[in-house]
Ligand binder design. Sequence first.
Ligand SMILES: *Cc1c(COP(=O)(O)O)cnc(C)c1O
Length: 448
Amino acid sequence: MKVISDPNPVSLVDRSLAAVWHPCTQMKQHESFPLIAIAKGKGAWLYDEQGNALLDCISSWWTNLFGHSNPRINKAITEQLEKIEHVMLAGFTHAPVVELSEKLTALTNGNLGHVFYASDGASAVEIALKMSHHFWQLNGKAQKKKFICLENGYHGETLGALAVTDVAIFREAYGSLLQDVYTVDSPDARKAKPGESAEDVARQAADKLQRLLEKEHQHIAAIIVEPLVQCAGQMAMYSPEYLRQVRALCDRYEVHLIADEIAVGCGRSGKFFACEHAGIWPDFLTLSKGISGGYLPLSLCMTTEKIYRAFYSDQTRHGFLHSHSYTGNPLACAAALACLEIFESENVLEKNKMLSQDLANAFSWAKSDSRIAHWRQQGMILAFDIKNECIKNPGIFAREMFSNGLENGALIRPIGNTVYVMPPYILTTEEAMQMGSSIKNALDKTLI
Ligand SMILES: *Cc1c(COP(=O)(O)O)cnc(C)c1O
């Protein structure tokens, strides 16, 4: 058969723009900003259809821990594929979900001994909110049903999760669909006035929370926080002192603490769980993003024996009757187990201490750059803000920086004026340095 090649082949990008509605995107902006078709990935690198290499500085939306096409994770998934790809988790169980639950529990020293699964991060947040709400009903305190969240916090975009999210642009159109919540001050260390420390800001924020709890605790089920870094909220970092204070206040006023570690968990903060920096455990802890190494949708909500026991009853309706079709998917759990094995066998948390120093070195130029404010780092997250007066085209800075990053071989996605990197943990020192210089070049082009 003779193959006639199309003289005007339609590119994959054009077909995507015609048929795929992309997430978190005003599609019209793709008239002027590029959509990139990725053909493959290896390690910290992505390759587009033309073969251009891009350094994945943001771990593909904070999910990828050990590089693209990681041999150990690939192997774990293909081996699991030969056994069982999926089975419902109601009435059934399987080795990957059991082993993963046991390992995660062990990582909390048994403090959070029960693991409930879902697929996306937002669903894990919904689970924590629903469990807390239901717990208080089961304990004869049905009036405890409101949630507290933090200014500038982000917990996902389904309706329950969006209600506890304080990012105006995501909420704007949906306000009337969202339940009322209390929003309290963020302990964002950037708020420190001259002479004040991050701990001072943390204590001031906790004092305000205390005043709210004192007045309203009878109506409050839980407070939800992103421990140490409000990632979607422009990588706002804060002192672990805040978490210690919140834990104490939650105990005092009988309010649950939900630690949303979807972005900061899995070693991102420097410890496996960010709460460990404060030496506290929450009542609910959510994980997603990195847990499957960035391979498959997997999320989970861990909780305590006390919460679990409250639902344990002869009555069906006292159970936690929540499910998703792909709850505890064996392939995703196998990927997650492979990740936990890599953490152990390659001493990842220890090695990351060196790697985060490499990152700091790669961006040392930014510390003394007069166009930059609030250089900050927490483990494997490094961020800084660009001063308004240095930006050529405010409003489109993030997109221009994204484009200029691409031209310099780096995938970055600034949030507002904040430039950050959050790379996979397999980055080499050379790749870290390359990241630093690519981003400097992109910045020089974007700024005045
Ligand atoms: C990304 C994120 C979520 C939502 O996860 P999805 O998988 O996108 O639904 C929730 N909380 C935090 C802290 C996140 O960073």
